[in-house]
Design a binder for this molecule. Structure first.
Ligand code: ZN
Length: 179
């Protein structure tokens, strides 16, 4: 079973997501469909803060939450808001390849030095900051992490349709992750 399902036409979308805002999100992003007009949000997209990524979706179409690694652990209130007040019933959790939240330990020294030199922190404060928070923000592997977030959120919001997606930095296209 391939982990990734590339979408080059609407018919490639897995059956359970066809005809939903999750399919529309991918169709817009992959330039398979012209923008439609919306007056209310259709979907919540949780994606990484990475600067190499931008969504090409219509105005009003989506709530977008951006965090390191599409890690939604600290975003519960905002997700609940998008559902309860915003009225969305579909959520896309979008990871991407080459994510900076993978192997954070490799960037420990750069992180500490960057805070010392760039932000005026002392070394001890920067080191403690990194070591205290790295367990919450390390995602391990992009695909496995997105799948684990989707499973967690499905248990939390059982009536909401939630799909795992991957954004490819090379071509800015979205694909579904086989779940
Ligand atoms: Zn990332």
């Amino acid at each position: 079973m391939d982990a990734l399902l590339p979408i080059t036409c609407a018919a490639d979308v897995p059956g359970k997501y066809r005809g939903t805002p999750l399919s529309l999100l991918v169709e817009y992003q992959n330039h398979l469909r012209a923008h439609d007009a919306y007056t209310s949000a259709q979907i919540l997209v949780g994606m990484c803060m990475d600067n190499r990524k931008a969504l090409d979706v219509p105005e009003n179409f989506a709530y977008i939450l951006r965090t390191g690694g599409a890690n939604m652990r600290a975003s519960g209130f905002k997700i609940s808001y998008a559902i309860s007040v915003g009225g969305v019933r579909h959520i896309a959790i979008v990871g991407h390849n080459h994510c900076g939240m993978v192997n954070l330990m490799q960037r420990k020294e750069a992180f500490i030095l960057g805070l010392v030199e760039g932000a005026g922190w002392n070394r001890e404060k920067a080191e403690n900051h990194f070591l205290n928070l790295v367990p919450m923000f390390e995602i391990g592997n992009e695909i496995d992490f997105v799948l684990s977030e989707v499973r967690r959120l499905r248990a939390e919001y059982p009536k909401i349709t939630i799909a795992p997606l991957l954004y490819k930095i090379e071509d800015n296209n979205l694909c579904f992750i086989n779940d």
